[in-house]
Design a protein around this ligand. Structure first.
Ligand code: GLC
Length: 454
């Protein structure tokens, strides 16, 4: 389908609404296709869902200890000290956030990991942590990794705009350990590697045994769930067939969605063209850019602001999801900008664009959540807690309600059995739980997959 042609903002928006709509029927189709892709992914057959075994199962709630966590997942790095009391309670004893300079995201892997090691060094200095003892570090690395054991895994490919060279295909734990050695921090041992979804699920189920799904709705989006080992057909020998292992779905890659012209243009201009279709329609990294593309089109057609102001919107990714979130909260972001003569209709139009783009995101996310829930519990018979981390879910006005709306359409009254639980910092805290399991030697999985085909 091509672009919308309209004479008034109103008719443009009503066309836009249908272009971005996800009907109940669409949602049922998404679920059916999702299940097919999950099945293929688990069988090692070509699939847009990687279905990656994580070598981790759910915690018991008795894991204990203090751990350093490095969380790398977007443009921020977080280094934290996490304490687990062994009785379902966790505490963040210290946390420092560092912004990764843009050139490092697209530079060389060595530069990126040297910067990360510097951040860890600063964290140690600021928190007066001495080098006279050794430390266990859990590494939350929120990219697709072909995990080979609890503390090793090769990067399959970068997502979320990263392109740092020399990392794809390599073991990221080795790369991090080498960077630590270069900075004379060999006293830090990387004992666990986890995706942020797995961390979030572990943090959720450490405190709530009913929790059996971890979801990230932030810069990127993804989910994980505990799968029966017998169903992970592609990786024979992962443990007792009756046991479970958490599987990282990498649902951002799901490719069976109906895209429109804005999605396709965003995709062709991206540095991972043809990849991460669901992520590009749902996650925080992209919603602002979709909205910017719609705004530019309306301006070109003389339906919004003044065409002379087009240069204001010419830079890709200048409009961020945080901006949309502010607009949705009622802020007149554009009223005091360099745009001249912003009318009340313009403001209303912008709000509508934000609503349309974010509603589609939440309805696709809700459909994907429903697909995983139905995979685990076809008739939604049990109560389920879903641990969710990420600013899109946490901060975007109405996002949670939009997810709940589609769950109600799909499951009716039974949707009440689903509890969406915000687990702040879950991605980091959960890795500490994995490190505790590793330290106790209770990760009863073989340490190598005989033939893990992702
Ligand atoms: C991207 C990554 C995935 C991560 C998600 C959320 O989709 O590929 O591993 O979980 O972002 O951060």
């Amino acid at each position: 389908m091509g672009n919308i042609r309209a004479n008034t903002p109103y008719s443009f928006l009503s066309n836009l609404e249908s272009l971005f709509s996800v009907s109940l029927q669409n949602s049922h189709e998404i679920i059916a296709n999702f299940h097919q892709e999950m099945r293929s992914g688990l069988a090692g057959i070509d699939s847009s869902l990687k279905m990656i075994p994580s070598f981790v199962h759910r915690p018991t709630g008795t894991e204990k200890g203090s751990f350093i966590v490095l969380d790398l997942g977007g443009t921020n790095i977080r280094v934290m000290a996490v304490e687990l009391d062994g009785n379902r309670k966790t505490a963040l004893a210290a946390v420092t956030r560092f912004v990764i300079p843009q050139p490092l995201i697209c530079g060389t892997g060595d530069e990126l990991f040297d910067f990360i090691a510097d951040c860890i060094q600063l964290f140690f200095k600021n928190n007066s942590l001495g080098r006279q003892q050794s430390y266990d570090l859990a590494f939350t690395f929120s990219f697709p990794v072909e995990q080979r054991s609890l503390a090793s895994g090769k990067l399959i490919g970068w997502t979320k705009g990263f392109t740092a060279s020399g990392v794809v295909g390599k073991d990221v734990v080795t790369i991090l350990s080498e960077a630590l050695q270069r900075k004379e921090m060999g006293f830090i041992h990387v004992v666990a590697l986890a995706n942020d979804t797995v961390g979030t699920l572990l943090a959720g189920s450490y405190s709530d045994p009913l929790c059996d799904m971890g979801v990230i709705l932030g810069t990127g989006t993804n989910a994980c769930y505990p799968e029966k080992v017998s169903r992970i057909v592609k990786s024979a020998g992962l443990g007792p067939p009756s046991g479970e292992m958490i599987v990282n779905i990498e649902w951002g890659g799901f490719s069976r969605l109906t895209t429109n012209i804005y999605d396709r243009e965003l995709d062709s201009a991206s540095n991972n063209r043809g990849k991460q279709q669901l992520e590009k329609m749902v996650s925080g990294m992209y919603l602002g850019e979709i909205a910017r593309r719609v705004i530019v089109e309306m301006m070109k057609q003389g339906l919004l602001f003044s065409e002379r102001s087009l240069p204001v919107f010419s830079e890709e990714y200048m409009l961020r999801t945080e901006h949309l979130s502010l607009i949705a909260q009622g802020s007149d972001l554009f009223a005091d900008s360099t745009l001249k003569n912003v009318s009340a209709i313009d403001i209303r139009t912008i709000r509508e664009i934000c609503r349309i783009v974010s509603t589609r995101s939440a309805r696709i996310a809700g459909s994907a959540i429903a697909a995983v829930v139905a995979w685990m519990d076809e008739n939604l018979e049990s109560d389920r807690t879903i641990a969710i981390d990420g600013t899109l879910f946490e901060k975007y006005p109405g996002y949670r309600e939009n997810i709940m709306a589609i769950l109600h359409e799909l499951f009716g009254e039974r949707a009440k059995k689903i509890k969406l639980e915000l687990i702040r910092d879950g991605s980091g805290i959960g890795s500490a739980i994995i490190a505790a399991v590793a330290a106790s030697g209770r990760d009863n999985f073989p340490h190598q997959t005989p033939d893990a085909r992702i």
